[in-house]
Design a protein around this ligand. Sequence first.
Ligand SMILES: Cc1cc2nc3c(=O)[nH]c(=O)nc-3n(C[C@H](O)[C@H](O)[C@H](O)COP(=O)(O)OP(=O)(O)OC[C@H]3O[C@@H](n4cnc5c(N)ncnc54)[C@H](O)[C@@H]3O)c2cc1C
Length: 497
Amino acid sequence: MDSPQFTARPSSDSRAERAPLGLDFDVIIAGCGPTGAMLAAELRLHDVRVLVLEKETEPVSFVRIVGLHMRSLELLAMRGLLDRVRAHGRQRPAGGFFAAINKPVPQGLDSTHPYLLGIPQPVLVDLLEDHAIQQGAQVRRGRAVTGFEQDDEGVTVELADGEQLRSRYLVGCDGGRSTVRKVLGVGFPGEPSRTETLMGEMEVGAPQEEVIAKTAELRETHHRFWLRPFGGGVYSVVVPAAGVSDRAKPPTLEDFRQQLHAVAGTDFGVHSPRWLSRFGDATRLAERYRVGRVLLAGDAAHIHPPVGGQGLNLGVQDAFNLGWKLAAQIRGWAPESLLDTYPAERRPVAEDVLDNTRAQMELLSTEPGPRAVRRLLTELMDFDEVNRHLIEKITAISVRYDFGEGPDLLGRRLRDIDLKQGRLYDLLQRGRGLLLDRTERLTVGAWSDRVDHLTDPTAALDVPCVLLRPDGHVAWIGDDQRDLDSHLARWFGRPAD
Ligand SMILES: Cc1cc2nc3c(=O)[nH]c(=O)nc-3n(C[C@H](O)[C@H](O)[C@H](O)COP(=O)(O)OP(=O)(O)OC[C@H]3O[C@@H](n4cnc5c(N)ncnc54)[C@H](O)[C@@H]3O)c2cc1C
């Protein structure tokens, strides 16, 4: 993906001024990556007092371009953030991400945002962090969580400088090496990294036509190799790290030269690196996402190779699932088991992503067996349904939570639709539940403090009425008031007195 312009961020000092530290919090979040920042903003929608502790004083300088897929774009639209984020990114076709098998995108994908948005990760994190702060979250940089203890009433969180803070809940959004997960003693089983890859941005001396032609030729067989121009002579370079033996040290330009030679017979005259990195394909899933008052989300709960560009999307979607449930718990209206639906719903989604990345890694292998499977799958993807299925999987628009027996739409997210009151996703921006009613005879009654009611007999729905959760998933379908009341109680607790 091309590199869009990079916006400068305020220094950590000016951020600290904007976010003075209080002492009592409902939720402390460890880590201000994309997952932590999104979760903080979601909690603030419900007036939850939230503090985000980030160990780094400054944001990462690493300008890695990440792809936001359809479901994440929909979530941003549901919170009024999409236009802001889109202004810093570049739109790409939604297809071609499954094991980098390039196929035309099928017509009529079921989303109003049927594209991928490429955006530098630091820019996205900056936008999400600013949004969380604007919503009233406190973010403190240079503050690492080193330990905690939980009791019946809350969690005492220990920081590296010895300070202790108390909150009702702690959420570990502190990445793949999560301190919170380790202190919690939650296992992280899976496979260690077997395949290492170098990735960086640098200038290339060879003429662009030559680089593009050679890259196209080599990518016929080497799918973990590319040189992609960003403009101004700068390229994104990806090459297998097989010959680079010392995994403990950061890679050097010399490592890139050596590996490019090994694969392409030339180093393309690479020089003047902007940044150099290395990543592996370790695949692990936390045994539990919740232990009492401590929860895990994002990379702290799951890691997998970056094929298909799903990790950040998965973390942001975890945060979206967890935010309103944790807020409900804190506001006192959560039904008994609501918080436990977070691991029950999100762990299987992560399991599926881990599995599809395992499959994709096999399909990127240069061994004869996997290459034959890749050729076969490439043929199968000419069938529209196969291609569509894989795109919907990678982009997470086909996620269906298990809410029990019911029509196919139950448990799925509802696409954005036009209503007489405006666009559905615009109407979900406050993070409340929504009864979308074509019958004009139902009511949300005493739940009106947490669930909105919209009547539109002309709404483009195949069913009489849907109850949407704050994350846009369909919690109930029907036209019977008593049945609706029992589902309002299931998801939104006891009605207000
Ligand atoms: C090469 C590559 C390309 C990728 N491309 C994509 C892509 O296109 N699309 C996609 O969806 N994903 C992509 N990913 C994955 C994505 O980068 C991660 O999944 C994502 O960053 C996870 O977000 P997170 O907030 O859960 O964790 P992180 O981004 O790791 O953030 C964790 C934060 O916690 C902080 N922290 C750590 N420990 C502590 C502590 N003890 N106390 C306080 N703070 C702490 C860290 O400093 C960090 O800021 C890619 C990954 C790689 C390696």
